[in-house]
Design a protein around this ligand. Sequence first.
Ligand SMILES: Nc1ncnc2c1ncn2[C@@H]1O[C@H](COP(=O)(O)OP(=O)(O)OP(=O)(O)O)[C@@H](O)[C@H]1O
Length: 253
Amino acid sequence: MILLEASNISKSFGGVQAVQGVSFNVQEGHIFSVIGPNGAGKTTLFNLITGVYTADTGSVLLNGKPVHGLPPSELATKGVARTFQNLQICMNMSAIENVMVGAHLHLDRNLIKAALRLPSIRNGDRRMAEEAAALMESVGLGNYIQSHADSLSYGVLKRLEIARALAMKPTILFLDEPAAGLNPNETDEIADVIRQVRDSGITVVLVEHDMKMVMRLSDRILVMESGKTLTEGTADEVRHHPQVIAAYLGAQA
Ligand SMILES: Nc1ncnc2c1ncn2[C@@H]1O[C@H](COP(=O)(O)OP(=O)(O)OP(=O)(O)O)[C@@H](O)[C@H]1O
């Protein structure tokens, strides 16, 4: 079943056509990855689908219903969660408080401040804390539940961000470069977490530069170049596509 249907999405910034007429479908239960060289338009596409930017053209259907133009907070109530390329963890909070914040809101910095005043977080609401702890266990962070965020390694923080997004109980999770800056061991750990998220029934959309991880994890891959779709297919199809090989090697197609 198609969960997300993006059609003819375009966005320009001044003279730069960042995304031009991109269409794709994401099947429920899949890991769908978006790859492409630097500046190909991947993050812009992500921002358009998740309501950070408004598209110049195109439509996005979630479960067959239009969701384009909705802000991230409203998309979150419809089951759309995301992480960002740059960590959005509150360093002056404990790890578990960060996850509990995710249960309440939708990655808006101002709202995070407001959430700190919520009685359920301030008083460490037991049920919420238990759920947050269970989520942390599920992404391999059981040892860090009471840790302060600023004491955690980058690899752990990246997983913590996923745990916080999962606390929103999404049906579809967008991950923007989850392996960026991670060493090979941390990358394997995050790949395991992503697979586990998918196996738990949550559809995953991924922007990622680590090709090994993308090829191993993805059910389908969209390749972008200069704002446009170069091709879309399975890892095997994409890997053997002459233009993809050319784009990545910088040769002429
Ligand atoms: N807010 C913005 N204002 C102006 N130009 C932008 C903005 N965001 C992106 N662009 C431009 O749009 C194009 C696509 O950028 P985008 O960040 O989406 O690419 P990307 O594929 O995610 O790149 P990377 O892999 O380096 O993150 C680039 O030319 C970029 O400079």
